[in-house]
Unconditional design. Sequence first.
Lengths: 106, 174
Amino acid sequence: MNQEKSDLPSTPGTPAAATRPPTPRWVKIFGIVGVALLVLILVVVVASLAGFGGEHNPARHLGADHPTTATGNHTRPADHHGVAMVDDESPRSDAWSLDVPARLFV
Amino acid sequence: MMMKPGLRTFALGVHIVASLGWIGALAAYIVLDLTVARSADVGTLRACYVAMGLITTWSIVPLAFASLVTGLIMSLFTKWGLFRHYWTLISLVLTVFALVVLLLEQITVAYYADVGADPNAADAAVQALGHTLPHSVGGMVVLLVVTWLNVQKPRGVTPYGWRKQQEQSARANP
């Protein structure tokens, strides 16, 4: 492949062999876009931690302050060991039911 | 150490299946994620949350790990190396980043699935659960970028790769 050949080193002894080829433009573009996205993510996270823009931040996955814990009296997944079924009042429960051990999700 | 051609072909096939399988499973997940973002029907929500949990736990996460491991094998035991070319290095960084975000997000998805499958959970509690579209769609973008890098293999060696090439060239032509 031409691209592979283009990465091959020059013959030793030639002037080009001593100089490293410059960083390709696509890598620079990737770097700039990547840094910009990281800064954007950091801004969103910091804003969330500071109380702006809702509760979305990585900590929501880990701590006891999971936003969904406020929804009803549902126990945390780690405390739930029974076999869960779809609500009997669900309109779909006549056609099918899901028998999913909750431990699968822990 | 280089792999023999037959083994290399097999490993490449496994890597492609795992990587594209990851994308396919994520595509199915995004359909469910879009549904929970738009629907208010409790039955639909419960079914989608349970399916999202199953897809994540038994499809997306295993395929993500398989993709990373086979990618590492393909890099380390072929001429490409892990740090010699920019496209392999960037693919590795993006894949690890996507996997870390996935594992963090899995905790939330598992909780949503648990609530959705619990008959004691009130309908209002199920409807109050959210979606994960920023993560799932963002993850899809990252995976498509990695796929493009792996198909295109854009040229460019890292400083480390350039030094290695010089060393090999010097040994071959003393």
